[in-house]
Structure formats: structure tokens, C-alpha cells
Write a protein that binds this ligand. Structure first.
Ligand SMILES: Cc1cc2nc3c(=O)[nH]c(=O)nc-3n(C[C@H](O)[C@H](O)[C@H](O)COP(=O)(O)OP(=O)(O)OC[C@H]3O[C@@H](n4cnc5c(N)ncnc54)[C@H](O)[C@@H]3O)c2cc1C
Length: 481
């Protein structure tokens, strides 16, 4: 790539091309996870679809590595790359709500908070994640779980249509009736197939919810986790709620006597009135000891969906491990409690997000995301502000995961993976859907231009064979760069 080509690219964009020599290059290249330190050659802050098409054509013709950045929240930093071109979508933030159809048209630079903000004004919400600063694009393409998932499904289960710029620079619409194979693959297959320039979602009536966290001392964790496991499969689906092991943050508004205590937390939102929410929680709470504090109460939906944001600002060190979980025997719960009892940092946490209700009502082969028979989506997140603790975080996360993984499925949510999983992990994640994904990849991106992601290698349909999952496969043999 010569200077002339770069200048021509810069002058052809309505957005801005940021180079390593620019004063704000370091700010522009920084992603959410402070553990990631990648140095792209070019960052294109695209202003519109024409800019995106220009960048895709440029990267392909110049044989440059190409990364796509939505919210920049990805654990292993798959929204950026070393030495390549980053299509940075953060300026493309329009959200258009159609209140009559209850649909929402979203540009790919939006965070889930941007979408919540826009839809809340109409008394609507799209099921997405629990941290407002997460990019809607990467979250959606990996699946998307949050407080509305039990009732309304994953984010992909509410995706009606997506516009996609393909590797050859053309743009297509993917939906149930237009390029249905691509639409199938986008729903869980990540950024493998092209740059999504617009999402059309189904929204649902959601306004005030009965929501918040309840924390118990870690000494009660076995009782809480057991009770939660037995309760959540049959609880009303309006109740979107998960269980976690974490530390009471040592700061206001948390009660000072509990600062720094290891705890078991249940955090959730009931889409309904306080009276209905209280009734829904009663069968669970009535069998549990008194909590350290119970802050469930009425609040606007965007408030619960941004509850975590102040505690997890951009730039912390993050190391993630995940698994899909079929069942949660007492033995596994005890291992969770033992492992999380000596965390690498007070920021470290484990969450178990329920997979049931509406998610189970979709067939395993209806979308690329196939863990429809799982009961939980587990994430272990090792987190700390200090870069010097990076190795300690990785070691803790890996040891924890290794201890609980034998109880879990072979695959995991792609959005809870780092880039150090062993070969076979993606095949286990997609199961019988993997071969179909590889064939669709071969159709839409045969040369693997879009490979900065949890990468599905293109394999022509005739060669593709369903991959055998590797149950119990352990990872982490390769050191992180
Ligand atoms: C604090 C925190 C909380 C989270 N909470 C949740 C949660 O509640 N629920 C949940 O489901 N997940 C959650 N996640 C995981 C989240 O879904 C992933 O980190 C996801 O990758 C974030 O998407 P992004 O657009 O911000 O990421 P980016 O880093 O920008 O991109 C991630 C991947 O998506 C691809 N991509 C991004 N935009 C596009 C596009 N327009 N077209 C094609 N490919 C694209 C990129 O190529 C990359 O491979 C959370 C993550 C964090 C850090």
C-alpha cells in the first residue's frame, strides 16, 4: 500500500481516515479491553455505507488485513487488528423507531444503550445486553443475551433484516425472504460474512420494570445458587434474571460494612409492575436467608440495562472464559464457589445467564446459534484496572474454567471467548451447524477477507462435513500474545 493509495482513500471518504502519525491515533485505536494493544495501519471512521464499500474494496484490492469495529467491546479485541485497516463504525449511530410496526432500524455504530435510549421514548425495547456501552453489532452477530431473553429470545431471534456489504463490495439485504442462507448465518455466525450496515429489529412493549440486584454473603452461595437453578426454569418469563459470584464493590452506594465481601448476587428485571415482580420473586426469596441487601424496585428499563456501566469503565484489563451449561449439579456449584472464593482481583466475577423460555422455542438449526438445549450461558470474567495483573487474571480465569468445564458443554458463546481457545472449540460451539456455516462462508467470502473474528474457514459445501464436538476439550495451552 503506497502513500498515493492511502491519500486517495482518505480523500474519497466522507468520514475520516486516521493514521499512526495523527495526534489522536492512540485514542482512536484503544478498544474497551485494556489488555488489547493493537496498532492498525489505518482507521477509517466511516460516515456512511459508501465509505464502508470503499474500505472493503480497498482492503481486498490492497490485500490488507481488515477488521470491523462496532462498539469495540470484544474481549480479544476482534474489532481491531495489527497493521491492517479498521472499519470503525462508531459515527454511524442512527436509530429509527417505527412505533406502529414496533420495529427499530439501527445503524452499526450504536451501543445497546443508544438503542435503549431511542426505544424507551416509545415504551419499547429490543432484547440485548446488560451493559449499555456494548456495541449492538458485535453483540447481535454473536447471539445477544440480556434481561428480555427469557420472554423474547436472543437479540438474533428479534432480528428481521440486515443490510450487509460483502467481500466483493456489493451490498445485499439478508432476511427470511432475501438471501435467507446469509440471514441464517448472520444470526450467531459473528462478523464472518460481511459488514452489517443496518439492522432491523422487532421491539416489544417495555417501559418501567421491577429490577435491581440482590446480594447475599458468599457463605450463602450454595443455597442461593441451588435455589436459583431450581427456580429459573419455571419462573414467569417476564422475569429476566441471572445469578453470579462477585465482590461487593467498595464504594457508594453499597453499604460500607459489606464493602469488599465476596458475595452471591441475583440481578434481574421483571417486565411488569412492582406487585407482579414481587410476586414472581417470592417463591425464590421465601426459601433463602436474608440478603446483605435487596435493591429490586421500579425503574426505567434503560436504568437496569446500564447498572454495571459505572463499575466497568473503558480500559480495564479483561480476560474471558465461557461455556454453555446443560445442568448445574451441586458438585459444579461447589466448584464455582471454591474457585471464585480466591479471585485474582475484587473485580473478578462469574455469571450464569439462563437459557430457556423463548430461546428454547427456536429449533437448533433455525439459526447458526444452536445451543438451544443449554440451560445457562456461563461467563468467567477476570478483570482488574492494573495492566501488571494481566497474567494473574489469565491464570485465574483459566484455572477456574478448567475446574468447571467438565460439567459443561464443549462449546461456548462466541462473544465470551478470547483468542486462545483450542482448535475444535468453534466446531463444538456450532455443532451440526458448523458445516453449513463453512459452506455459506465459502459462498459469500471465499477468500476469508473477513477473518478478524471467531473465524469460520470457508469450505465449499461438497467438502464440508459436520464436525465432531470435542467434549471436555481443554484450552489455554497457547500463551496469549
Ligand atoms: C462489559 C461487557 C458486557 C457484556 N455484556 C453482554 C451481554 O449482556 N450480553 C451479550 O450477549 N454479550 C455481552 N458482552 C459481550 C459482547 O457481546 C461482545 O463483546 C461483542 O463482541 C461486542 O460487540 P462490539 O460491537 O462492541 O464489539 P467489536 O469489538 O466492535 O466487534 C466484535 C466483533 O464483531 C464484529 N463486528 C462488529 N461490528 C460489525 C458489523 N457491523 N458487521 C460485521 N461484523 C461486525 C467484529 O468484526 C468483531 O469480530 C459484553 C461484553 C462486555 C465487555
Amino acid at each position: 500500500m503506497g502513500n498515493d493509495a492511502t491519500s486517495a482513500l482518505a480523500s474519497s471518504l466522507r468520514g475520516r481516515l486516521i493514521l499512526p502519525t495523527d495526534a489522536d491515533y492512540d485514542t482512536a485505536r484503544a478498544v474497551y479491553n485494556g489488555m488489547i494493544d493493537k496498532r492498525p495501519a489505518l482507521i477509517a471512521r466511516c460516515a456512511n455505507v459508501a465509505d464502508i464499500i470503499r474500505c472493503v474494496n480497498f482492503a481486498r484490492d490492497e490485500n490488507m488485513l481488515l477488521a470491523i469495529r462496532g462498539g469495540g467491546h470484544n474481549g480479544p479485541g476482534l474489532g481491531t487488528c495489527d497493521g491492517g485497516l479498521v472499519i470503525d463504525l462508531q459515527k454511524m449511530k442512527s436509530v429509527r423507531v417505527d412505533p406502529a410496526q414496533k420495529t427499530v432500524r439501527v445503524e452499526p455504530g450504536c451501543t445497546s444503550g443508544d438503542v435503549d435510549h431511542a426505544t424507551h421514548a416509545f415504551g419499547l425495547a429490543v432484547p440485548s445486553g446488560i451493559v449499555a456501552s456494548t456495541g449492538i453489532a458485535g453483540l447481535t452477530l454473536g447471539g445477544g443475551t440480556g434481561y428480555l431473553t427469557r420472554k423474547h429470545g436472543l437479540t438474533i431471534d428479534n432480528l428481521l433484516e440486515a443490510d450487509v456489504v460483502l467481500a466483493d463490495g456489493t451490498m445485499v439485504t439478508a432476511s427470511a425472504t432475501s438471501n435467507p442462507d446469509l440471514f441464517w448465518a448472520l444470526r450467531g455466525g459473528g462478523g464472518n460474512f460481511g459488514v452489517v450496515t443496518s439492522f432491523l429489529f422487532q421491539a416489544h412493549p417495555v417501559s418501567e420494570v421491577f429490577a435491581g440486584p440482590i446480594f447475599w454473603d458468599a457463605a450463602d452461595a450454595l443455597r442461593v445458587m441451588r435455589a436459583f437453578r431450581d427456580f429459573i426454569g419455571t419462573a414467569p418469563e417476564e422475569l429476566g434474571i441471572f445469578v453470579g459470584l462477585k465482590t461487593v464493590p467498595p464504594m457508594d452506594p453499597f453499604p460500607q460494612p459489606h464493602w469488599g465481601k465476596r458475595a452471591c448476587a441475583i440481578i434481574g428485571a421483571f417486565n411488569g409492575t412492582a406487585a407482579q415482580g414481587t410476586r414472581a420473586m417470592e417463591p425464590l426469596l421465601s426459601q433463602l436467608p436474608p440478603p446483605l441487601f435487596n435493591w429490586m424496585g421500579p425503574m426505567p428499563f434503560p436504568a437496569i440495562n446500564s447498572l454495571f456501566d459505572p463499575f466497568f469503565p473503558k480500559g480495564l484489563q479483561w480476560y474471558w472464559k465461557g461455556d454453555y451449561v446443560t445442568s448445574l449439579p451441586d458438585e459444579a456449584i461447589k466448584i464455582h464457589i471454591a474457585q471464585s472464593g480466591s479471585p485474582a482481583s475484587d473485580f473478578c466475577l462469574m455469571h450464569l445467564y439462563p437459557i430457556n423460555g423463548a430461546v428454547h422455542r427456536v429449533a437448533k438449526d433455525a439459526t447458526a446459534w444452536q445451543a438451544r438445549d443449554a440451560s445457562f450461558n456461563m461467563v468467567i470474567a477476570a478483570i482488574d484496572p492494573d495492566p501488571k495483573n494481566a497474567e494473574k487474571l489469565k491464570a485465574w480465569g483459566r484455572a477456574y474454567w478448567k475446574a468447571v468445564h467438565p460439567f459443561n458443554q464443549g462449546g461456548a458463546y462466541v462473544n465470551f471467548m478470547m483468542d486462545d481457545e483450542v482448535e475444535g472449540r468453534l466446531e463444538a460451539t456450532y455443532g451440526d451447524n458448523y458445516a453449513r456455516l463453512a459452506a455459506i462462508k465459502a459462498k459469500y467470502d471465499p477468500k476469508n477477507l473477513f477473518r478478524v473474528n471467531q473465524n469460520i474457514k470457508p469450505v465449499a459445501a461438497a467438502e464440508a462435513r459436520p464436525a465432531a464436538p470435542r467434549p471436555g476439550a481443554h484450552t489455554d495451552v497457547r500463551p496469549q500474545a
